[in-house]
Design a protein around this ligand. Structure first.
Ligand code: TXA
Ligand code: MG
Length: 322
C-alpha cells in the first residue's frame, strides 16, 4: 500500500510508519520528510531522545527545536494559543508556518526542546508521510532539519543518509521535498505577529490573511539568522562559578560525574555516571531547580568539552557572563 500526497506516490508504506513510531517510542532518532525539508525527529516528550538530536547534528549550541504535531488540537496540548495564533493556524495549517507561542503550564515538553524558554515553536506539517508518522506515534515530534550543523538542509532521503546515516534508527523516504526552504517562524504570542525567520510562507501571504502588518525581526534579504542566535535562553538568576572543584559556603552545586564534592547545600547532578547525553537532557531543568533555591552562586563542576560537552559548556559560559 502506498501513501499519496500532492507530490505523487510516496514510498513509505504503513509497516514502515509503524516501525518508525516504534523507534521513536524507544527514544531513537527517525528522519522523515516534511513539505519543506527532511526533519531529524525524536519523541518531543523524552529529554534523552532530544539530547541525541543535538549529538547527531553536532550542534555546538542548544537551539530551541520545532515541535511537530498532527493538528491544531494536538498543538494546543503543548502551546497556549492566542487569538492571532487561532487565525494563523486556521489559514496556514497544515503548512510551512511555525508559530512561537507560550508553553502550556502542563506541557509534556522538556526544557531541552525549548532551550529553557517559556515559549515553544509548533507546526503542523503538510506532508502525507509526516502526517502518517505523527498520527501513528500519537505524540509530538521534535525535529530540526536533518543535516549536520552548518550543512545545507536535506531535500532527499539520500542527503540525510550521507550526512547523518550512522546516528539514525531509520530514514522514511518520501522522495524529494517541495521547496528546500524551511518553514517561516513567527512569534504569535502577542497581538502583533513578529517574523523570527523568513521561510516558505511569505510575509505578504500572512499580511494578506491577517490584514495586519508583520514586524520583521530579521533584515530582509538576509540569510535566515542562524537558529537560536538572537534568542534569549533561560538565564539563571544566580551567578555561575565554572570549573569548580569544591563548594563554597552558600553556594549551590551543579555536579557531573561520580566524583561530586561533598556539600550540605542544594545540589543537582546532571549525570552521576558522567554521560554527556544524559547531562544535556538534564541541564536546563537543573539550572531552573537550583535557581529556585535562590543561592547567589551556583558552583559548576568541570564538564568535558567533547561531543555534547561542547554545547553544554557553551550554554554554561553564556549563562555565566552577565
Ligand atoms: O521547515 C522547517 O521548519 C524544518 C522542518 C524539519 O520542520 N525544521 C527546521 O528546524 O528548520 P530548525 O531546528 O533547523 O530551525 C528551527 C527554528 C530556529 O530558527 C529556531 O531558533 C526557531 O525555529 N525556534 C524554535 N523554537 C523557538 C522559540 N521557542 N522561540 C523562537 N524561535 C524558536
Ligand atoms: Mg536547520
Amino acid at each position: 500500500m502506498k501513501i499519496e500526497d500532492s507530490l505523487g506516490i510516496m514510498t513509505a508504506p504503513p509497516a514502515a510508519i509503524a516501525g518508525a513510531a516504534d523507534r521513536l517510542r524507544a527514544g531513537e532518532l527517525v528522519a522523515f520528510p516534511t513539505e519543506t525539508v527532511y526533519g531529524l525527529g525524536a519523541d518531543a516528550t523524552n529529554g534523552l531522545a532530544v539530547a541525541r538530536i543535538f549529538e547527531a547534528k553536532g550542534r555546538p549550541t542548544f537551539n530551541p527545536l520545532i515541535v511537530h504535531v498532527a493538528d491544531t488540537p494536538a498543538a494546543k496540548e503543548v502551546a497556549r494559543f492566542t487569538p492571532l495564533a487561532e487565525r494563523l493556524a486556521e489559514a496556514f495549517w497544515p503548512g510551512p508556518l511555525t508559530l512561537v507561542l507560550g508553553r502550556c503550564a502542563t506541557s509534556p515538553i522538556p526544557d531541552l526542546v525549548t532551550a529553557g524558554l517559556d515559549t515553544v515553536a509548533v507546526r503542523v506539517p503538510n506532508h502525507a508521510v509526516a502526517q502518517a508518522l505523527l498520527r501513528e506515534f500519537d505524540r509530538a515530534i521534535a525535529a530540526p532539519s536533518a543535516n549536520r550543523s552548518g550543512h545545507v538542509s536535506p531535500t532527499r532521503a539520500e542527503h540525510v543518509r550521507d550526512d547523518l546515516g550512522v546516528s539514525l534508527a531509520l530514514i522514511l523516504d518520501g522522495g524529494r521535498t517541495h521547496g528546500g526552504i524551511e518553514s517561516t517562524v513567527l512569534d504569535a504570542t502577542g497581538a502583533e505577529p513578529v517574523l523570527l525567520r523568513p521561510g516558505a510562507v511569505t510575509v505578504e501571504a500572512i499580511e494578506g490573511v491577517l490584514e495586519l502588518g508583520v514586524r520583521r525581526n530579521a533584515g530582509e534579504g538576509e540569510q535566515p539568522r542562524s537558529p537560536g542566535q538572537a534568542l534569549r535562553h533561560y538565564a539563571p538568576r544566580a551567578r555561575l562559578r565554572l570549573d569548580a572543584h569544591e563548594v563554597r559556603p552558600g553556594e549551590a552545586l551543579l555536579a557531573f560525574g561520580p566524583d561530586a564534592p561533598p556539600t550540605s547545600g542544594p545540589a543537582y547532578n546532571i549525570s552521576p555516571r558522567g554521560d554527556l547525553v544524559e547531562a544535556a537532557a538534564n541541564l536546563f531543568a537543573a539550572l531552573r531547580a537550583l535557581d529556585a533555591f535562590r543561592a547567589e552562586t551556583i558552583a559548576v563542576m568541570p564538564i568535558p568539552r567533547t561531543g555534547l560537552g561542547e554545547a553544554i559548556n557553551d550554554r554554561l559560559m553564556r549563562a555565566a557572563v552577565r
